[in-house]
Design a protein around this ligand. Structure first.
Ligand code: PLP
Length: 237
């Protein structure tokens, strides 16, 4: 029962991803689904793991609990990261999407060096400028780019992540997604970026309501939770 519901949802999402890629002249392999499991029961995750290998968790604690139980999967941290949870995140995440300040990036660099790791991260950009969202503003990212590059030897910055404002109309998110894609190109083309060895291939954008628009605008990672588990209900109490 659980397996067949998830299988159907997953197939639907992959079909929508493939159509969005086709509409925008991209290869289907260019966009990867990150299955967001923050509200998923563990048996749902296990059912999904048979057919899918990339998972995203919001909280470092739940990531640290689940990753060792499915070590063959790829685990991403997509939620806000406090400085005191950095070691946990670096230990258990294959990619951290949510680096929202230079201070946090430097902390990741400091923690990773003695662990002999060069973690992969994305910088979270608050494109819309909503006061309730964390992340670099577009302007602050440009201003602080030299500080980002100073961490490049210890932390592999692979690109950017954004969350579009909640909205009924997915088209409302398109300008933000487009702006982030342009910013990625601008920063990737800079000579100092290339000299630091950063390539910035990844754009993490799009969730259940707007992932097709995000793919049309260049998303390489989409983060989908509720759409993947719709039709399953959490036991009450
Ligand atoms: C929960 C969450 C998602 C997935 O949202 P859905 O609307 O359930 O697909 C994506 N990104 C982040 C950062 C989240 O916290």
């Amino acid at each position: 029962m659980i397996t067949s519901i998830i299988q159907r949802n997953l197939t639907d999402i992959h079909d929508c991803m493939a159509s969005a890629c086709a509409r925008s002249g991209r290869n289907a392999a260019d966009a990867t689904l990150v299955a967001v499991t923050k509200y998923a029961e563990w048996d749902w995750v296990q059912a999904l793991a048979v057919m899918h290998r990339v998972f995203g968790e919001n909280r470092p604690q739940q990531l640290a609990e689940r990753q060792p139980l499915l070590p063959e999967a790829q685990w991403h941290l997509i939620g806000q990261l406090q400085r005191n949870k950095v070691r946990q995140a670096v230990t258990h995440a294959d990619l951290i999407h949510s680096v929202d300040s230079i201070r946090l990036l430097q902390r990741i660099a400091d923690v990773s060096t003695p662990l002999m790791r060069r973690p992969k991260v994305l910088l979270q950009v608050n494109v819309s400028g909503e006061a309730t969202k964390s992340g670099f503003s577009v302007e602050s990212l440009r201003q602080e780019w030299a500080s980002v590059l100073m961490c490049a030897a210890q932390v592999e910055v692979q690109g950017f992540m954004t969350m579009a404002p909640a909205h009924d109309d997915p088209e409302a998110a398109r300008p933000d997604f487009r702006q982030l894609a342009l910013l990625r190109s601008e920063l990737a083309d800079r000579q100092d970026t290339q000299a630091a060895g950063l390539v910035l291939p990844e754009l993490s954008m799009g969730m259940s309501g707007d992932f097709e628009v995000a793919i049309e605008e260049g998303a390489t990672l989409i983060r989908v939770g509720s759409r993947l588990f719709q039709g399953l209900s959490t036991p009450v109490g």
